[in-house]
Structure formats: C-alpha cells, structure tokens
Write a protein that binds this ligand. Structure first.
Ligand SMILES: [Cu+2]
Length: 171
C-alpha cells in the first residue's frame, strides 16, 4: 500500500481538443479520447492523454504528453508519477487511493522496460521513466498501450495523476 507523500495532484477530466499535436506518432487520433490532468499545487503544468490507433503496432494506444512548467526543483533522480484509482478531493493526495493496478501486480513489483505488460498500468514512471527536472520543468512524451478508454478496469477517466517527490517512501 502506497504511502502518499505527494506534492501534486490533479483530476483527469474529459476535454475535447480542437487541434492535435503535429509531431504525433503515426496513427489515427480519436478526438473523443482526450483527458488532461492539470497540476496547480506544488508544480504547474499538465499531463495530457490522447487516444489513438497506432498504425505501427495495430493497437489502440494512448499518447501521454507531460508538460510541467515549474515546480520540479529537485534535480536528482527524478519524480515518480502514476495514475491512481480515485479522483482527488479537497487537495488531499491520500484520497487518490492506490495505483491503477487492475491485475493486482502490487507496488512491490519493480516495473522495468521492456516488460511493460507486467507493470501496473498506472505506473507511468516505471514504464517510461521518472520525470527528470530540467530547470523546474519537464517535457516528455510516451506511447502507451496498457491504459484504456473503454475497459472500466483500465480506464483513465475519473482517476487522478499524482507526481511524487523523488525520495517519497511509497513502496
Ligand atoms: Cu503515485
């Protein structure tokens, strides 16, 4: 069970984008599958999730775009971040619950590439690396095929995203 020493919280809510990133991976975006976590406490920025069909892998996938503008002030080993199961209420990170982990892999499993299918779907930093601070900012993208927009057990919607301090003792 995670001990949430979180500085940052955000809801994921549905949002519709009128334009999509031009440097998108090859595929067809589903414009109804957009979710944005907006961070206003501790750090400022967004993490955007966009659903699309990946022409290379022939799989429904999600483009994850991290755009943190400020607040990542510890340059060391990077900030873990995860999709947690519950929306956050009252700016209190403990309301986020545990990681999105429908297969009950547990936080004890060390998620490492290339075996991403074995990871908790919500363990974004395990799958794609921790958020490394660059003058307080981070811009990262990743393509994910383990989160879902339709399977209720794997869905991103009505969850939360939590960015943790680099040294948080949450395992
Ligand atoms: Cu977390």
């Amino acid at each position: 069970m995670a001990v949430l020493k979180s500085i940052i919280t955000a809801f994921i809510t549905l949002a519709v984008y009128s334009s999509l990133v031009s440097a998108a991976p090859e595929g067809t975006f589903n414009t109804t599958r957009n979710a944005v976590a907006t961070f206003t406490k501790g750090v400022n920025g967004t993490i955007t999730f966009q659903g699309y069909y990946d022409e290379k892998t022939k799989k429904e996938s999600t483009l994850i775009t991290v755009d943190i503008q400020s607040g990542l002030d510890i340059p060391a080993e990077g900030y873990p971040y995860h999709v947690h199961v519950k929306p956050i209420t009252g700016d209190n990170c403990t309301t986020a619950g545990g990681h999105l982990d429908p297969k009950n892999i547990t936080d004890l499993f060390v998620c490492k590439p290339p075996n991403l299918a074995e990871c908790q779907p919500g363990d974004l930093s395990g799958k794609y690396g921790k958020l490394i601070a660059d003058n307080g900012k981070n811009k990262t993208t990743a393509v994910d095929e383990y989160l879902s927009w339709t399977n209720p057990d794997y869905t991103l919607l009505n969850r939360s995203v939590v960015i943790h301090y680099p040294n948080s003792e949450f395992f």
